[in-house]
Design a protein around this ligand. Structure first.
Ligand code: NAI
Length: 482
């Protein structure tokens, strides 16, 4: 008899509600559903053991079940302590044919509102394949690079033979990681080393995780190849921009229900995420101000009609402050102290240090009042309050349910294609960081046209010859920026 399914979710009885949402999402995710049709019969991921670390939402449930439909075995955790939709996690554990009494889905370790200790314990469990009879996974599907980091740190400390003591400057989160790896090393001093040898590679979802991968590669420390899914055009130019354009106002509304129209909104960073944020806020009638450190992005923002200036210079006017840079401490304690009474502060960049939450949390005389989960009033010693969303973590996932299905279908179709690439063409991907070939990027877009009623113009032979491209594509050179 198969071993009992391993899982840790908030409430398995939410599975039916989750299944209904998954069913509706499938209708909005044509890319993933057509991959099931195209690759279901040939099972290209048979033998793949995927450790997934990505927001456990309804859309991710459709991704997981697509990987399974292509033959993969999967273990899953969320990549953020607040981003899990508990009904989606329950439905994934129960599975399409299981029951609450007898769940038969995918081992999933995720619930909304994990502590940091619980978060990293869940991350660890996606690497424990003993129930399946293996040392570990052979693929990672990552969002933000935490799963990849755990393996790299694990190997580093195993090679050193010890986990170092935390230093003064280490964050609370890094101390949790050190403790976890200390326990792992004591139980099995070769665990991550053996695992790394089995790992074919990682496919990375987001800007921040991709940044970490290129850094590891540049330092000569990358242990296995990575596919940069984020820089598929059909990912970052769609999910990061049009996804946030939907889910940022969704998060603001669910958290505060404050009228956005007429307010002054400030967006820190005008990259892909910042562009979608600024457009959404302007669309609601806010007067939007943008800051940038890059002259090209600053000029873009200006040409798009936004005032571009520093946060300091307009601080006392700002009603809604949004960060989306992927950088650290772009909003400092001084900024927070200078805001208007009950200004709203939210981050949509990957990690919580964009806003200096650590400094706020250790500010003498500051008091935190919970309005509701993931919405906190901080009473400051200057007599004013600010409203901080999702404790400074991704508020579009913490206060709402992240990007909608259709745009995630494009992102996740890239993810599945990247997993197939790594698993079936190992010899073509020596250790390094790659983007998917343009033909696949165009394929992802093509798979989403019919659903929107898009009728594509077909190149004539004469035109194709004139441009020097095949009639069926790819149409652009790699450096084209769209
Ligand atoms: P990007 O690189 O396109 O844009 C970031 C921009 O911030 C750049 O233009 C950079 O010049 C600017 N920037 C950096 N430091 C700054 C500072 N101190 N002040 C003002 N501007 C500054 O990156 P992208 O794709 O927009 O991603 C940004 C972050 O959002 C990343 O952490 C990414 O992982 C995350 N992300 C979050 C999503 C969500 O659902 N919330 C979706 C996709 C990405």
């Amino acid at each position: 008899a198969p071993a009992r399914l391993e899982y840790s979710v908030a409430d398995l009885s939410l599975a039916e509600a989750g299944r209904h949402q998954i069913r509706l999402a499938e209708n909005e995710m044509p890319g993933l559903m057509s991959l099931r049709e195209e690759f279901g019969p040939t099972q290209p991921l048979r033998g793949a053991r995927i450790a997934g670390s990505l927001h456990m939402t309804v859309q991710t449930a459709v991704l997981i079940e697509t990987l399974v439909a292509l033959g993969a075995q999967v273990r899953w955790a969320s990549c953020n302590i607040f981003s899990t939709q508990d009904e989606a996690a329950a439905a994934i554990a129960v599975g399409p044919t299981g029951t609450v009494e007898n769940p038969s889905g995918v081992p999933v370790f995720a619930w909304k509102g994990e502590t940091l200790e619980e978060y990293w314990a869940c991350a660890d469990r996606i690497f424990d394949w003993s129930a399946e009879g293996f040392d570990g996974p052979n693929l990672i599907l990552d969002d933000g690079g935490d799963a990849t980091l755990l393996v790299h740190k694990g190997v580093e400390f195993e090679l050193a033979g010890a986990v170092p003591d935390a230093s003064e400057s280490d964050s609370a989160e890094y101390r949790v990681i050190l403790d976890l790896l200390r326990g792992s090393l004591a139980r099995d001093p070769q665990r991550f080393t053996r695992m790394a040898a089995e790992l074919i590679g990682v496919t990375e979802e987001t800007t921040t995780g991709v940044h970490r991968l290129y850094e590891l590669a540049a330092a000569g420390k990358l242990l296995f190849p990575g596919i940069n899914v984020n820089d598929s055009v059909t990912k970052s130019k769609f999910d990061n921009t049009y996804g946030i354009r939907h889910s940022l106002p969704d998060g603001l509304n669910r958290a505060t229900d404050v009228l956005i129209g007429g307010k002054v909104a400030f967006v820190v960073g005008y990259g892909d995420v910042g562009k979608g944020s600024a457009e959404a806020l302007r669309g609601q009638g806010a007067r939007v101000i943008v800051s940038e450190i890059d002259p090209i992005n600053a000029l873009q923002a200006a040409m798009d009609g936004f005032q571009v200036t520093t946060l300091e210079s307009v601080l006392d006017q700002v009603d809604i402050l949004i960060t989306g840079t992927g950088n650290t401490r772009v909003v400092t304690l001084d900024h927070l102290m200078g805001l208007k009474h009950l200004a709203i502060v939210g981050n949509v960049g990957h990690f919580d240090d964009e806003i200096d939450m650590a400094a706020l949390e250790s500010l003498p005389g500051a008091e935190r009042v919970e309005i509701k989960p993931q919405v906190h009033e901080w009473r400051l010693p200057n007599g004013r309050s600010i409203l901080v969303l999702s404790e400074g973590r991704l508020m579009n996932l913490g206060n709402a349910t992240g990007h909608p299905s259709f745009v995630m279908s494009a992102s996740f179709t890239n993810q599945v294609l990247a997993q197939i690439e790594l698993f079936t063409k190992r010899d073509q991907y020596p250790t390094g960081v790659y983007v998917l070939p343009k033909a696949l990027d165009e394929k992802v877009a093509r798979l989403h046209l019919d659903a929107l009623g898009v009728k594509l113009t077909v190149l004539s032979d004469e035109q194709a010859a004139y441009l020097g491209v095949p009639v069926e594509g790819p149409y652009k050179l790699d450096h084209y920026r769209y």
